[in-house]
Write a protein that binds this ligand. Sequence first.
Ligand SMILES: *Cc1c(COP(=O)(O)O)cnc(C)c1O
Length: 377
Amino acid sequence: MILFNVPPFVGPETKYINDAISKHKICGDGEYTKKCNAWLEEKTGAAKVLLTTSCTHATEMAALLCDIQPGDEVIMPSFTFVSTADAFVLRGATVVFVDVRPDTMNIDETKIEAAITDKTKAIVPVHYAGVSCEMDTIMDIAKRHNLMVVEDAAQGIMSTYKGKALGTIGDYGCFSFHETKNYSMGEGGALLIKDENNLEMAEIIREKGTNRSKFFRGQIDKYTWVEAGSSYLPSELNAAYLYGQLENADLIFNDRMNTWNKYYEAFSGIAKDGKVELPVIPNGCTHNAHMFYLKCKDLEERTALINFAKENDILMVFHYIPLHSAPAGKKYGRFNGEDVYTTKESERLVRLPLYYGLTEEDRNKVIKTVLDFYSDK
Ligand SMILES: *Cc1c(COP(=O)(O)O)cnc(C)c1O
């Protein structure tokens, strides 16, 4: 069976986890968490990065830092994972969904302004498949309307937009290190902070509303409860696993990129014949090979392809059910404008197996299976 995803594992992860155990430091914010934060700051250029228990939690932190209040509105695409919306809905916000662009499946930046009302507080671009949204336009809209920008860069680590790392362009950026992402710690994430002045409040929120981080740095002589917060610190065991991956970031990146490029080449023929559509990487964007997807003719053809792959022992998957059509999406949100592409395009998108260590043999089998499927179409 060729799995859709296998969590990344390079080797040093075990050594680092054992090291954390032997040093009797397994709770949050130890040596490995600090190493991961520093690595991410260095790599992305973000003023500050804080490792979190998930990208969902990083987004919750961003919602708290943006001071989202009941009745506020937050603009985002409907074609995204539930966490993007959950983080703001938990604060009592209404989610306003905007259509996506069919080329990248990212929020259509030309449709954002029409969704802005006097209740709008933030825009949440999601960098689907690690390919950037049109950030110059989005930042310009945010500036003119005095809105916060929180980038859902769950899939976007190591990708850039006009030379800038995804997650560092908006006020806050959120990474995921879930086991399905390029770099993993099982469950985990990171909050990227653009303005260093927001670090103190972020640390307080992440440390149960206390100024404990300041205490550990010796800046105050006792710590206390200063704000409403929660517990968003990952365990050192998870951070140690992640550090083993970050140290090998290029190895993982190159391996995934090789698979991505081989898929792209192999399917360029059926794309040219108009049988499928391939991912689009706009000018000025570099991607991280997070995902390789094809767009079939329609839902029926996609179902047939997934079944054909399964018969050939290959797991292919699709996502997302657009949030505005889900029960919670109807309860907490509304779609602004017309759903021209969100539903139609999501129904024909299929993701191929892509993970660190996918063998050439398995990759070739996936390619052959897809080409066989389309040979008589
Ligand atoms: C994976 C993902 C998330 C959630 O990440 P977690 O770390 O599992 O909380 C959020 N948004 C998008 C777009 C994702 O792909």
